[in-house]
Write a protein that binds this ligand. Structure first.
Ligand SMILES: NC(=O)c1ccc[n+]([C@@H]2O[C@H](COP(=O)([O-])OP(=O)(O)OC[C@H]3O[C@@H](n4cnc5c(N)ncnc54)[C@H](O)[C@@H]3O)[C@@H](O)[C@H]2O)c1
Length: 261
C-alpha cells in the first residue's frame, strides 16, 4: 500500500467526477484515513458523493476564504487525529466575468477573487495545517494546477490565478521544507468536472488534447491524476518539493500532434 496509516485532508470534493473525489478514493484504497471538505451550496452534494467512496468518510464544511471555518476544520482534525500527514488543495473559482474571453474588461475585484480563492488559498491551507503537520513530523501538500505557461482561449484570469498558484507552490516549498513538509502541484489535462464545464469553450480544450497529446487522453478518466496526487502525498517522493508534475498525457512537451498515417 502507498499510504498506510496516513491521515489526510481532501478539499474540493463536489461530485464523483471531482478530481478530489477520485484522489480520496485512491487514498482510501491505498490505506489512508481521510476527511473531506465541502463548500457552500455544494455541501449537500459533497455529503452524497462521499457515500460512494469505498469507505465511510466524514465531511467538514470549508469555505477557504472564511477564517472561522478554516479554524473549525483544524480544531476538528486536532481532536480527531492530533496530527495531519498531508492535504490536497483542489479548490478553484473565478467569477463569470473573469472567464470566457472577457479578459480586457474584467474588473479588478473579479480577478482578485480568482486569485484569492484559487491561489492565495494554498498558503491559507498550508499555514492552518502547519501545527498539525509538525505534530506528524512533516508531510506533503498537493495542489491542482492547469498549465498556464501559454495563454488559452476562455481561461483568462483563472489562468493568471493558476500561474500564481505555481509560484505559491514554490514559495511554500521554500518556507516549509525546514519542517519536512513537501509542497507540490499536479498539472492535469482537461477533465469533465463541474469546474471545467463552467468554463465557456471548455470543449476546445478536449479538441486540442485529442490532436496533440502523445498519450491518448481521456477527459472522463481522472484516475491517472488521482494516482499522481497520492504518489506525491506518499513517502515515495521524499525529496520532491516545489515541483509541478504534469499528468496531461505529455501534452505540455510537444508543439503539435503527429499524424496517424
Ligand atoms: N477539470 C479540469 O480539467 C482540471 C484540470 C486541471 C486542474 N484542475 C483543478 O482541479 C481542482 C479541482 O477541480 P475539479 O476540476 O475537480 O472541479 P470540481 O468542480 O469538482 O471541484 C472544484 C472545487 O472547488 C471548491 N471550491 C470553490 N470555491 C471554494 C471555496 N471558497 N472554498 C472551498 N472550496 C471551494 C468547490 O466546492 C469544488 O469542490 C481545481 O483547482 C481545478 O482548477 C481541473
Amino acid at each position: 500500500m502507498l499510504l498506510p496509516d496516513k491521515k489526510l485532508l481532501i478539499t474540493g470534493v463536489l461530485t464523483d467526477d471531482s478530481i478530489a473525489w477520485h484522489s480520496a478514493r485512491v487514498a482510501q484504497e491505498e490505506g489512508a484515513e481521510i476527511v473531506c471538505t465541502g463548500f457552500g451550496r455544494g455541501l449537500r452534494l459533497t455529503e452524497r458523493s462521499v457515500q460512494r467512496l469505498p469507505e465511510q468518510c466524514d465531511v467538514l464544511e470549508l469555505d477557504i476564504s472564511n477564517p472561522a471555518q478554516v479554524e473549525a476544520v483544524v480544531a476538528d482534525l486536532d481532536q480527531r487525529w492530533g496530527r495531519v500527514d498531508g492535504a490536497l488543495h483542489a479548490i478553484a473559482f473565478a467569477p463569470e466575468d473573469a472567464l470566457g474571453g472577457n479578459f480586457l474588461n474584467t474588473p479588478v475585484e473579479s480577478a482578485q477573487t480568482a486569485f484569492t480563492v484559487s491561489a492565495f488559498s494554498y498558503k491559507t491551507l498550508a499555514v492552518a495545517l502547519l501545527p498539525l503537520m509538525k505534530q506528524a513530523g512533516g508531510g506533503a501538500l498537493v495542489a491542482m494546477d492547469f498549465d498556464n505557461s501559454q495563454a488559452w482561449p476562455a481561461y483568462d484570469w483563472m489562468g493568471v490565478a493558476k500561474s500564481a498558484l505555481q509560484s505559491v507552490t514554490r514559495y511554500l516549498a521554500r518556507d516549509l521544507g525546514g519542517h519536512n513538509i513537501r509542497v507540490n502541484a499536479v498539472s492535469a489535462g482537461p477533465l469533465g468536472t463541474v469546474a471545467a464545464k463552467s468554463i465557456p469553450g471548455f470543449a476546445k480544450f478536449d479538441q486540442v488534447w485529442a490532436e496533440r497529446s502523445p498519450l491518448p487522453w481521456d477527459t472522463s478518466d481522472p484516475d491517472p491524476v488521482a494516482r499522481m496526487v497520492c504518489v506525491l502525498l506518499s513517502d515515495w517522493a521524499p525529496m520532491t518539493t516545489g515541483e509541478i508534475v504534469h499528468v496531461d498525457g505529455g501534452f505540455h512537451a510537444v508543439a503539435a500532434g503527429v499524424d496517424d498515417d
